[in-house]
Design a protein around this ligand. Structure first.
Ligand code: PNS
Length: 160
């Protein structure tokens, strides 16, 4: 069984994330999408909401499951028998940081990282920018799945 993890904050999941998850699901027997919780960062969505959105938008991918984790990614990989981390790569600036994390994770535990070049359609796309645009009532409906857009619009209205 070749199992991979696609880790991230997913606050919220974007079309760029979905592209990477779909492509990873074609390469591995099982893909776990793990919402990594950063206690010092208050997100737009609670972890349960992020998980719900990921479940809704990946339901057609039968070998993908969603989970969450507080702690080091390498510990999650060890506990869940995962040998490969898959990360999307948007730009050269992403590469610098991703390379450093990949090397650190391998040094800590031997886990390998596969960096998957993003679809160039999404090279500018980041959850943080989606939230910023949406907070100023910009239209992000073409950047995130439909159900995610609905939740963003609702959340922005609630916080005003
Ligand atoms: O979606 P993000 O915020 O770019 O994802 C970054 C994430 C959550 C994958 C990364 O910060 C991470 O792996 N955090 C878990 C804590 C950890 O293992 N830190 C050491 C990295 S070498």
């Amino acid at each position: 069984m070749h199992r991979a993890v696609c880790p991230g904050s997913y606050d919220p999941v974007t079309n760029g994330h979905i592209d990477v998850i779909e492509r990873a699901s074609g390469l591995f027997d099982e893909v776990v999408v793990a919402v990594l919780v950063n206690k010092s960062k208050k997100g737009m969505f609670a972890v349960d909401e992020r998980i719900q959105m990921l479940r809704e938008t990946t339901s057609s991918l039968t070998n993908v499951r969603i989970d969450s984790w507080h702690g080091l990614l390498v510990d999650y990989c060890r506990d869940n028998d995962i040998a490969t981390i898959v990360k999307g790569l948007r730009s050269v600036s992403d590469f610098d940081y991703e390379l450093q994390m990949a090397q650190m994770n391998r040094e800590l535990s031997g886990v390998e990282t596969m960096l998957m070049p993003n679809n160039p359609l999404y090279s500018f796309l980041a959850s943080s920018l989606v939230k910023e645009v949406a907070n100023y009532h910009g239209d992000v409906s073409h950047l995130v799945p439909g159900t995610v857009n609905d939740r963003i619009v609702k959340r922005v209205a609630e916080t005003e």
